[in-house]
Design a protein around this ligand. Structure first.
Ligand SMILES: [Cu+2]
Length: 71
């Protein structure tokens, strides 16, 4: 099933950071769509929950150097 989630993510400071988040998350199998906004400190992800998990997505954001505040 496709899950659509919205997370509050801090640490993004420019369009390059948005791109970084999108690139990292798009590399995960099962991630269909990523939107990131540093202005809104928000990341939206649509993913197939039979292929990946919210935890995997959160840790990919953390590995990219950003912080998931709430999901
Ligand atoms: Cu940046």
């Amino acid at each position: 099933m496709i899950e659509s989630i919205e997370m509050k993510v801090t640490g993004m400071k420019c369009g390059g950071c948005e791109t970084h988040v999108k690139t990292q998350l798009s590399a995960i199998a099962g991630v269909h769509k990523v939107e990131a906004s540093f202005k809104d400190t928000q990341v939206r992800v649509a993913f197939d929950d039979s292929q990946t998990t919210l935890e995997a997505i959160k840790s990919a954001i953390a590995e990219a150097g950003f912080h998931v505040v709430a999901a």
